[in-house]
Design a protein around this ligand. Structure first.
Ligand code: HEC
Length: 389
């Protein structure tokens, strides 16, 4: 069993602290705000009663809803198990397995105990395994591929695959992790812990209410109506919205936020905002690696995907353009012999039904004599799905 060795170090987070910027950040980068298209994903087509859900975790195989019925296990849109347990949960996540094999789906009950979904029918109490038997776990946050942090009342514990290290604080609970870092809010500042040097850095920001770490490892902070993104070691205002930010969560390449009853997304430096998303004001967010979002609220659970124009084009350029250049360009360039220009995103979007028909259904494109890999057809299939075919 891993984690036999538990280094119960109690290091005050203050002791490893290096000071943050003392002068208030001055740079304000104003960015054009794009329109965010939000689509509801039908995750429960059979309309199964899943009770009052309070936390969600998902991995490649399984979706687990933690709530009033205990743990409800779903795969492919159908429920395949309900494990009775606690009726309320404060957190859930898919974390690297303590035995080193794959991942575990875990939930923190409101009692503070940590449970792992084991097989179809068992919720195993794993608090002791992480040396958390005496603690009330409140948050579960992934730091990187092998490390996970548990926030409990009075401190946090980091399990790195070999040992569990305990730290004092944060008093208000952990907020976010990713890219080898952890973030939380404490004493009028955003604290960012970096795993490599185990140091805490402080970004003073009195009004901060939420934080996330984006896919590039930068801290993203919401404070009242302003969004701050770390750049060159300081927090910089990126956007002053027309409503107050509520919740924030990272999902793959995106950082999602609620702003009033709308959703907003920061992808790299691009910002977009929905109109008409109608998000409940007590919504809590949890992202999926694919970039989609779970919204857990007293009004129920929603799963949504989102896209902004610049994201959509960046996606086309990253996935389709290389296939076009290799397989289609010889005939489908502007003015090419095929008579249809497929060199642009618009060209593909306009012909998405025909592309589906000719490349995937009839397989008459590319014509015989032009080789094309199956994996390249899959890239086109996946893109067509994302393009709403
Ligand atoms: C060797 C030349 C050649 C290559 C390579 C080629 N095509 Fe074509 N394509 C044609 C020609 C010629 C036509 C028009 C005649 C036809 O419809 O068969 C055509 C027609 C099409 C059409 C129908 C267009 C319309 O508006 O009716 C689609 C869609 C298409 N190609 C997609 C592709 C895609 C996607 C690729 C790359 C994966 C590709 N083709 C590669 C020559 C080619």
């Amino acid at each position: 069993m891993k984690y036999a060795l538990i280094a119960a170090l109690l290091i005050g987070c203050g002791s490893g602290e290096i000071s943050g910027p003392t002068a208030p950040p001055q740079k304000t980068v104003s960015k054009e705000l794009e329109a965010l298209t939000v689509r509801n994903i039908d995750w429960n087509a059979a309309k199964v009663d899943v009770g009052a859900v309070s936390a969600i975790a998902e991995d490649d195989e399984e979706l687990v809803l933690f709530g009033s019925k205990g743990a409800t296990l779903m795969a492919g849109g159908a429920v395949h198990g309900v494990i009775p347990g606690a009726a309320a949960w404060t957190a859930a996540a898919a974390i690297p397995a303590a035995d080193g094999v794959g991942d575990w789906i875990v939930g923190a009950a409101d009692t503070g105990r940590l449970f792992r979904v084991r097989a179809e029918s068992v919720l195993e109490d794993i608090s002791e395994r992480y040396g958390l038997g005496a603690d009330k776990v409140r948050t579960i946050v992934g730091i990187d591929k092998t490390s996970v942090a548990f926030g409990f009342e009075g401190g946090l514990a980091i399990a790195d695959g070999e040992k569990v290290t305990r730290y004092e604080g944060p008093k208000s609970g952990l907020l976010a992790g990713g890219g080898g870092r952890l973030a939380w809010i404490d004493g009028g500042a955003v604290k960012v812990f970096t795993l490599v040097d185990r140091k805490v850095r402080s970004f003073p920001l009195a009004e901060a209410t939420g934080a996330a770490i984006d896919s590039a490892g930068r801290v993203v902070v919401i404070a009242g109506r302003t969004l701050w993104i770390e750049s060159d070691g300081v927090l910089t205002v990126r956007w002053t919205a027309d409503a107050t930010f509520g919740a924030i969560a990272t999902a793959g390449p995106r950082v999602w936020m609620t702003v009033g009853s709308e959703l907003a997304v920061a992808t790299g430096d691009a910002l977009s905002k929905s109109s008409g998303a109608n998000v409940a004001n007590d919504a809590r967010l949890s992202g999926t690696p694919a970039g989609d979002l779970w919204i857990v609220a007293s009004t129920g659970v929603r799963k949504v995907s989102g896209s902004a124009p610049s994201e959509v084009i960046a996606d086309w350029e990253a996935t389709i353009k290389p296939v076009y250049a290799k397989v289609c360009a010889s005939c489908h360039s502007p003015g090419g012999t095929a008579g249809s220009d497929l060199s642009t995103y618009d060209g593909w979007l306009q012909r998405k039904d025909k592309i589906n028909q000719r490349v995937l259904v009839d397989r008459t494109m590319p014509p015989k004599g032009t080789p094309m890999e199956e994996s390249e057809r899959s890239v086109i299939r996946d893109w067509l799905t994302r393009a709403g075919r």
